[in-house]
Design a protein. Structure first.
Length: 1050
């Protein structure tokens, strides 16, 4: 019993001796993937390929990693995305029942029909296997790691056998290819099975072609020998060999006159007076964005006996080809000015260095002001930021004698310390000249930023109003709405051609041309000094607009607007103080004698007030004018408030002169909001929050008491918030607060109306009552300022001075990108170009480059609402660079094809292909000719390959031939030795054939196909195809030869 229990508890290891090997597991995994992708079994016939479908259709790829032992492979399924989805296997099985068994046996696999299709011989853009074999669907097996290729022949045969077994077991009719050798060589071997047919796909890859394979006659011999001479043994049953030939000619060296755009030379032009290019960003490619032009002459699908091409003679002249096609090869990443400016600007934005770290402390302290001036301004310097004041730097660039005289022309802005000796001035100017920006270049830049310092007629004045987009004019000169007004109107930037706009553009110039980060630090330092000078001398900052800070603009623009507000408040305050002082002096000097009539009138008014019970007894003869006491004299009256009168005294109600609300920037507003939120939500926090927010209310109440002595809270409410006053016999209008500028409707009665405060004003502990009780009759000019302009200006200047060049450029990022987008829109050619095929944001409802720019502008608008981050702007800068390259490429093509400079392309208009078109430039024929060339330009930019209408005798072909002729003449002028030009010896030309007007063909392609029985004459006629490619340093021969696996013997 114990033995039996031990046997039951023993665990036997089950060994399955039928376990598959690693090779069998690999085949099973391939089969499983084929079933999962629904590629097994018979398939219904698909519609034939249309002309050019392989090049224009969208392709779909599916990938899966399959391991053979520990070696990973990538199995990929390539297929055309058709309009109708593939049917599932079940439906496919039902559909196949409609066909007869005889039809099924006669119908060839789909890849064999595609292989014989004549409308897609040389697709312009397709997978290499699609180009060589013409298949619309295929499976490829390649090493997952490109660094571990399959170079062993035995391994290649093992893999090919494995996929053949998998295709046979699953009845997969999709051809399978295995990549061997190095990935760059693109060598594949494959197999295709289905309907009793096996097709082997083989390939020959050599560096140089064998002599017998360098012409069509030799390739026909190779093709026939591969078919084991079946064509010659059964001439009656054999179809003739169809041949398609394509010769490609490449134009690489363009004449120098076709692209003459030169980069701007700011070192030479910035010193000129009135240099206008400083205000706009540059645009265009520095080198030709079009590197090559490929022209292909094609002889499509002709019989083998029509063309003669052997080692002794060839009649394959491109002029006799019935089909000409052309394609452009764009230069990879051409250097463009706008993209370089933006990229370098982003690099500066990533810098965290301060001005002192960039320029050095010696640069900031290279000045030696007058010692007497140092002592006199010692107390002023205690409250100044670290940035030195321009008023203490008399000999600096902005305080030169020339600039000083210009400011002294304005009496109200006359600076101090104008007596400066020439020796000190020369010493201090030498300090400026030691900076990264020379003084003869720095002065024009500063005059451009602050044009009011030049005098009454500045060279570049600011517009009266700043808009978000520049003025847009048509070619006829008419003003129209800017095409980007809608997306850019909400961008958090600054006004077009304002101070911030000009500062951003100027920084881009100095960064690119005058020293990078150091030049940016120098210019920013000078701008801060100029702003300090303007505050100390009450000179307004131009180009930022008036009024409080616009929270819809950048923070830097808001700071400059705040500085302007401080300057305006300071001017108004000092002017009001001066006028008030003069009035007080006049009142002390003059004596007014009271008349008896006035005294009687005042007595009657006082008695009537006492009879109403609410009067205030005013002083006697010792008081001020009109019977008011010296301590109860009304002050700060603006005007009467209609016919309203005070409730208790019956005096007219006057609107007081109040303090304007304090301007605030968004950073200060956020700090104030955070401070209020930190107070909490309890009763104490709410009370403190209300007290903090009642500063403006207290100021208005004090001004109202000073202007209306004897007034009550009800009088203030009638003026400040009329909706909180309820007339007697009326209803309460509402509890909302009104505006202090609103006025009640005139009351025709001479007696004050009777009424009461609203419900919310009578709540115990109402803040308005508390503030009213604590308010004293103080006019606005004697109150504590709600907005301390001195402190506000010093905070702004300290904030500006603490910014390093990188931080300052970060705040300018939205504005610089705004200017770059508007600069792109100035190229009118952009609005007629198709969207690029490169990775750009593709709009949904349009495929034009203008719609792409619109999408970029929308993204820039959304990004401007976020804190400036250079990394987030990197993608937008790359997209702007791609649009610039597209426009520059279009300008280059237009200049080459049309021979003009329309659309803003570089060059002088000389040397274009159509400049010497004879007498065809005028009249109806010239217009039609130009329209044809315009269409050719657009198609070259939009399509990978275009057909030249009219073949070699069409207008487009003549323009292309002229380009080749000009290039040939230019090359002969540069190098007269024959045979030394690039590419002449790469491919031997046909024996005995003269070089055509297009030169020697750089690439030659031969496509041979026929339908013959194989492997025996009794077999079914099957398609066979061979494709030969001859390129410089490359010879490739691909073959697809079919065999009948059912009738394979005699």
């Amino acid at each position: 019993m114990e033995t039996q229990d031990a046997d039951d508890q023993e665990v036997f290891e089950i060994v399955d001796f039928t376990t598959a090997s690693e090779w069998e597991c690999f085949i099973a995994t391939v089969e499983e993937t084929i079933h999962e992708w629904r590629l097994s079994g018979e398939r219904p016939p698909q519609s034939p390929l249309t002309r050019g479908q392989l090049a224009t259709a969208r392709w779909r790829e599916k990938n899966v990693v399959i391991k053979f032992a520990d070696f990973p492979f990538m199995l990929t399924h390539h297929s055309i995305i058709s309009d109708t989805a593939d049917s599932p296997p079940e439906e496919s099985a039902d559909t196949n029942t409609d066909y007869d068994s005889d039809d099924e046996s006669k119908r060839l696999p789909q890849f064999l029909e595609d292989m014989m299709n004549r409308d897609n011989d040389f697709p312009a853009r397709a997978h290499c296997l699609v180009r060589w074999y013409g298949a619309r669907e295929m499976l490829t097996l390649a090493p997952a790691n490109p660094r571990t290729p399959i170079t062993c022949p035995s391994k290649s045969r093992l893999l090919l056998s494995s996929v053949t077994i998998a295709a046979n077991n699953t009845n997969c009719q999709v051809p399978l290819f295995v990549q061997v050798h190095q990935g760059s060589s693109r060598v594949y071997v494959g197999v295709g099975l289905g309907s009793g047919v096996r097709t082997d796909f083989n390939m020959v890859y050599l560096k140089h072609p064998p002599p017998q394979c360098s012409h069509l006659a030799g390739l026909l011999d190779v093709f026939r020998n591969k078919l084991q001479c079946t064509v010659t043994s059964q001439p009656v049953l054999v179809s003739p060999v169809l041949v398609s030939v394509r010769f490609t000619y490449v134009l690489k060296e363009w004449p120098h006159t076709l692209w003459t755009q030169q980069p701007p030379d700011f070192d030479a032009t910035l010193t000129e007076v009135g240099f206008s290019d400083l205000g706009k960003l540059p645009f265009g490619a520095l080198s030709d964005p079009v590197s090559e032009l490929h022209v292909s002459a094609t002889w499509p699908c002709v019989s083998e006996d029509v063309l003669v091409d052997s080692d002794v003679y060839s009649d394959l002249d491109p002029v006799s080809a019935p089909l000409w096609t052309a394609r452009l090869i764009a230069a990879p990443s051409p250097p463009c000015l706008l993209s370089e400016y933006l990229t370098e600007f982003l690099d500066v934005c990533r810098s965290n260095l301060s001005i002192a770290q960039v320029l050095g402390p010696a640069f900031l302290h290279d000045l030696d002001p007058d010692p007497d001036h140092q002592i006199s301004s010692a107390l002023d310097r205690l409250t100044k930021p670290a940035v030195p004041s321009l008023s203490a730097v008399v000999g600096r660039v902005r305080r030169s004698t020339h600039r000083q005289q210009q400011h002294t022309n304005k009496p109200q802005h006359q600076p101090t310390n104008t007596n400066t000796n020439n020796t000190q001035q020369q010493q201090q100017q030498s300090g400026s000249e030691s900076g990264p920006i020379p003084i003869d270049i720095l002065v024009p830049i500063l005059n451009y930023l602050f044009p009011d310092a030049e005098g009454e007629q500045p060279s570049f004045p600011y517009q009266a109003t700043l808009s978000q987009v520049p003025e847009w004019r048509t070619e006829d000169g008419d003003t129209q709405e800017h095409p980007l007004k809608s997306p850019l109107s909400n961008m958090k930037s600054s006004g077009s051609d304002g101070l911030v706009w000009r500062l951003g553009v100027s920084l881009c110039h100095v960064i690119h041309c005058l020293g990078g980060l150091a030049a940016a630090a120098h210019l920013w330092h000078e701008v801060v000094l100029e702003l300090r000078f303007r505050w100390e001398h009450c000179v307004a900052v131009p180009g930022v607009g008036g009024g409080p800070p616009d929270l819809a603009s950048t923070l830097l623009h808001q700071k400059l607007q705040m500085l302007n507000c401080c300057i305006a408040r300071r001017n108004a305050r000092e002017q009001a103080t001066h006028i008030s002082g003069c009035e007080d002096m006049e009142e002390e000097d003059e004596f007014f004698e009271c008349e008896e009539e006035v005294e009687d009138e005042e007595d009657e008014r006082s008695s009537s007030s006492n009879n109403r019970g609410g009067g205030v007894v005013r002083g006697g003869a010792g008081g001020g004018g009109a019977g008011w006491s010296s301590w109860d004299k009304p002050e700060g009256r603006l005007k009467r408030c209609g016919t309203l009168r005070l409730l208790h005294t019956g005096e007219p109600l006057y609107i007081p002169v109040t303090q304007d609300p304090a301007p605030v920037t968004e950073d200060r507003l956020e700090e104030h909001t955070d401070a209020l939120l930190r107070l909490g939500t309890d009763s104490l926090g709410s009370h403190l929050r209300a007290r903090l927010m009642s500063a403006a209310l207290l100021s208005d109440m004090e001004s109202f008491k000073a202007a209306n002595p004897g007034a009550a809270l009800e009088d203030f409410v009638r003026w400040y918030s009329p909706r909180d006053w309820i007339e007697e016999g009326g209803t309460e209008v509402g509890g909302g607060g009104g505006s202090k500028d609103s006025q009640a409707p005139p009351n025709p009665s001479s007696h004050p109306p009777q009424g009461s405060l609203s419900t919310r004003m009578q709540i115990p502990g109402n803040m308005w009552k508390e503030v009213w009780n604590s308010a004293k009759p103080v006019p606005a000019r004697r109150q504590k300022r709600l907005f301390d302009d001195t402190r506000g200006a010093e905070e702004v200047l300290h904030w500006l001075g603490s910014l390093g060049p990188g931080a300052a450029c970060c705040h300018l990022l939205p504005t610089v990108l705004h200017a770059a987008i508007c600069r792109l829109a100035q190229e009118r050619l952009l609005f007629s170009l198709p969207a690029s095929t490169t990775p750009l944001p593709q709009p949904r409802h349009s495929n034009t480059l203008a719609s792409v720019l619109n999408v970029i502008a929308q993204r820039a608008t959304r990004l401007s609402r976020q804190p400036p981050d250079p990394d987030k702007y990197q993608e937008l800068v790359e997209q702007v660079a791609e649009v610039e390259a597209c426009v520059a490429r279009a300008q280059s093509v237009r200049h080459k094809i049309l021979g003009d400079n329309n659309g803003g392309g570089g060059g002088t208009g000389n040397g274009g292909a159509s400049c010497d078109g004879g007498g065809e430039g005028g009249g109806e024929g010239g217009s039609e000719r130009r329209s044809t060339l315009e269409d050719l330009v657009l198609r070259l930019l939009d399509s990978p390959e275009v057909t030249l209408e009219g073949g070699p005798r069409g207008e487009a072909a003549r323009v292309v031939q002229r380009l080749f002729q000009q290039a040939y003449k230019a090359s002969q002028l540069l190098d007269d030795s024959p045979g030394d030009s690039e590419g002449d010896g790469d491919i031997p030309g046909p024996g005995g054939s003269p070089v055509s007007e297009l030169g020697r063909p750089v690439g030659r392609e031969y496509l041979l196909r026929t339908t013959v029985p194989a492997p025996s004459p009794a077999s079914r006629p099957l398609p066979h195809r061979m494709f030969a490619v001859l390129l410089p340093g490359e010879f490739r021969l691909t073959g697809a030869f079919s065999q009948d696996t059912i009738f394979c013997a005699l």
